[in-house]
Design a protein. Structure first.
Length: 433
């Protein structure tokens, strides 16, 4: 496996500069030697400039060697003493150690639970998020990015293969699910904390309020229902023949009964509802009960109906396409509502410190838990990825990233070496005359 390559022009520029400068100083040194031999230059020029050029060449070559052995063996297959051979190609030779050390560094300095805990203790995450969402520019950029992600996700489901996979998986899952046990657990959750009493009371109050404020309409609704029933309509007709207004009396009786249920928390009908819920829940716990068999048979018929499945998939497809078109538009209604909701929540978060503290605590617990339980997997991923890289390509990549600075060390080696050589040569000439 090869790491991503990104040619660095600074690397090649620094490499050419260092090589050209070393070659230039070496050429000046050779030219000086020839000039001294053939032109008989003065001793002072030979000593001062010779020392400068020699030191520049030595400094450049020494730095070239030091930098080169980091990445490769400059001597190739040439036999070397162990003290030299074992200290060349440092990065390729220590690739595995580098991978392990990098993994440990990330774990100890970024993913250790105590590090995560310490960082989050100093940082109000929810306040930062709230401030970001209150900034229209930042919220707009985030919204645009989420729109693009949402559209891409919706487009992924346009594949016939993916759509068929999801459809078959959902249908198969429904066919192998004991839905009666799920419903029994749901009924138990409702009944265990008397939630259904509140829901029932709210429903009765709503119906009673409407019936009391719209008495004529309520009576007409009941009367029309009676007229639609063949048996009851006959009763109504007979009542009229006898001078009895059956419709009005039945409507009044129903509305009065509704009022009684509303006013009496211990009304028999309420108790009957509780008993029916409990009986149904107990029955649904048994696989062979009539309720369980009927519920599962109904579920199987529905999940096996090609017409129903086709209708459901078409409805989902239409909804997905409608949502996609909306998100692709510049004035998306969904995105606008999302931004509006985000700003409202951000305003509340900014004002309610207790809520932020509670959310921050949960975030801290979640991230601390994740860092403690999943950091090892992240470290293993980093290590295994680096170990899977081709050694030569990894070395080249690292050299490309830091090589420009290293080659500038070569440049400095030539210049500093020449300066030191010049100073030493000048001192030797001044002392020796």
């Amino acid at each position: 496996m090869k790491p991503h390559q990104n040619p660095n022009p600074d690397f090649y520029r620094a490499h050419r500069l260092a090589t050209a400068l070393l070659a230039g100083v070496a050429s000046l040194w050779v030219m000086l030697l020839l000039a001294v031999h053939f032109l008989h230059l003065s001793h002072s020029v030979e000593v001062v400039l010779g020392s400068a050029f020699e030191a520049g060449v030595v400094g450049g070559l020494a730095d070239w060697y030091a930098i080169t052995v980091i990445f490769r063996n400059p001597f190739g297959r040439f036999p070397l003493p162990a003290i030299l051979r074992d200290h060349t190609a440092i990065i390729p030779r220590n690739k595995d150690h580098i991978a392990l050390a990098l993994g440990r560094f990330v774990q100890e300095n970024f993913l250790a639970p105590e590090r995560v805990h310490e960082t989050l203790q100093k940082f109000d995450v929810t306040l930062h998020v709230a401030q970001m969402m209150r900034d229209e520019a930042q919220l707009g950029r985030l919204s645009d990015e989420l729109q693009r992600i949402a559209v891409s996700t919706l487009e992924a489901f346009e594949s016939d293969a993916i759509e068929a996979f999801i459809r078959d998986s959902v249908v198969e899952g429904l066919q192998h699910t004991d839905i009666h046990r799920m419903l029994s657990s749901w009924l138990f959750a409702i009944a265990s904390n008397d939630t259904h009493h509140d829901a029932l009371q709210y429903t009765i109050e709503s119906i009673d309020l409407w019936a009391q404020t719209h008495r004529p309409q309520a009576e007409e609704l009941i009367a029309s229902t009676l007229r639609k029933s063949s048996v009851l309509s006959t009763l109504v007709h007979v009542g009229k023949m006898m001078g009895i207004h059956v419709e009005a009396r039945v409507a009044e009786a129903i509305l009065n009964a509704l009022r009684d249920i509303h006013d009496d928390p211990e009304h028999p009908l309420r108790k009957q509802i509780d008993a029916t819920l409990e009986q149904t829940r107990v029955a649904l716990q048994q696989d062979d009960s009539w309720e369980s068999r009927w519920l599962n048979q109904t579920k199987d018929r529905l999940s096996s109906s090609a017409v129903l499945i086709d209708f459901s998939m078409r409805a989902i497809t239409n909804l997905r396409q409608m949502l996609k078109r909306d998100l692709q538009s510049s004035d998306s209604w969904v995105a606008a509502q999302g931004r509006k909701l985000a700003q409202q929540m951000a305003q509340r978060l900014s004002e309610q410190q207790a809520v932020r503290e509670a959310l921050n605590l949960q975030i801290e617990r979640a991230l601390t838990y994740a860092s403690g339980h999943y950091a090892g997997s992240i470290i293993d991923y980093i290590r295994d990825t680096m170990l899977a890289w081709d050694t030569g390509e990894m070395t080249r990549k690292m050299e490309m990233e830091v090589g420009s600075d290293l080659h500038m060390i070569r440049v400095n080696g030539v210049l500093v070496g020449s300066l030191i050589g010049f100073c030493l040569g000048l001192s030797r000439w001044l002392v020796g005359g």
